[in-house]
Design a protein around this ligand. Sequence first.
Ligand code: F0G
Length: 458
Amino acid sequence: MHRWQTIVEPFRIHSVEPAQFTTVEQRSAWLAEAGNNLFNLRAEHVLIDLLTDSGTGAMSRDQWAAIQHGDESYAGSPSWYRFLDAVQHLFPFTHVIPTHQGRAAEKILFSVIGGPGKVVPNNTHFDTTRANVEFTGAEAVDLVIPEGRQPDLVHPFKGNMDIAALEHCIQTRGVQNIPVVFVTITNNSGGGQPVSLANLREVRGVCDKYGLPLFLDGCRFAENAWFIHEREEGQGEREIVDIVRDIAALADGMTMSAKKDGMANIGGWLAMNDDDLALKCRNLLILTEGFPTYGGLAGRDLEAIAQGLTEVVDPSYLRYRIRSTAYLADALDAAGVPVVKPAGGHAVYLDARALLPHIAPLQYPGQALATALYREGGIRGCEIGTVMFGRRPDGSEVPAAMDLVRLAIPRRTYTQSHIDYVIEVVTWVAARAGELRGMRIVDEPPALRHFTARFAPL
Ligand code: F0G
């Protein structure tokens, strides 16, 4: 039988939003006004917005219909029970604590278990996770396998935790100082790379040996499960839901942003089996988010997430999702643009350090490339490198492990012709990489500086 090569989006478009066409001159002026920080732009000045895949996806007909069923009762709403059932169907943790987004779950968890002297190992902390750990005075340690730090090295599970490094960390830092071991699936800051079931089992083994809880940062759990389905021995014939449940069964809890694989525009949760921990977290939830049956969300949001969780594990969706991301990465790779390989699940990462060897890491090659893509083509990506991670809590600055520009793909939002345009623009800018100049920071806040810092070209 013939295998068609074209990626057919597994949906038809049901309502549309206008895209805004602008000129290079206009974009140059807006960049200057924005202090060369793409977070400061007005979104309507962006043609293809690849800043994030978080909360930016298109919801389905059935999610919009579910929203009409939203019940806004303060306590015990039926929408809460639908949300709870949908979460526990995939992640059967005893306690599910709804939050308005992922970082709220992180804030609550680390407020309870963090603190000075504590050390949290993770394959790679996402920026908000790191910031929430560090805000309590604890230390965030990244222990991804060495392959995960080499952009052009192909490995099926580049998000895996370095098991020997994890044990070393526990032994040298003291088991009593480690409140939790975290694994981020997929490993966003390391290139959207998956973690294998085998690696999760090994992490579980280490946690059992030292009596430590294992938590997942599950933002992109379905994409991770699809990679396991495609790449891990013995998993190809299994249902995605069963793979997700296997992942869940290895953990003691999770934090989640439903803005990613929850297929919703807002939402998240914190889940765990530990009753005592859950009690403390719920008390904080009531203080900061809301009552435990809505936690900072409207009933309608809980409905959208519950429905989204049934759609995200659909194999025809996941096949399209992962293939269309790879389509962008493969085309750029074929055109000679350095990209993180293999393609991640939710994003393509351009290796700005390799593309711009004439710009030193402390002159932010990622920021230079990201601003050039906007200026030339109206495409908004995001620096993931020295701007995001280069500043230490003590104020000193060091180059990040990699200087990347992330082109994150919102779920079910752009068509293949949008992506073909992105390929054209990135290739054009890459061909003129030698003309790009580094940047310096003229103004920055004390933490999470990438959101608000202002830059000037050197
Ligand atoms: N963990 C990971 C791995 C994430 O990617 C994010 C968010 C969070 C936690 C925090 O979740 O935004 O709901 O508070 N990532 C988005 C991104 C913002 O663009 O990658 P949140």
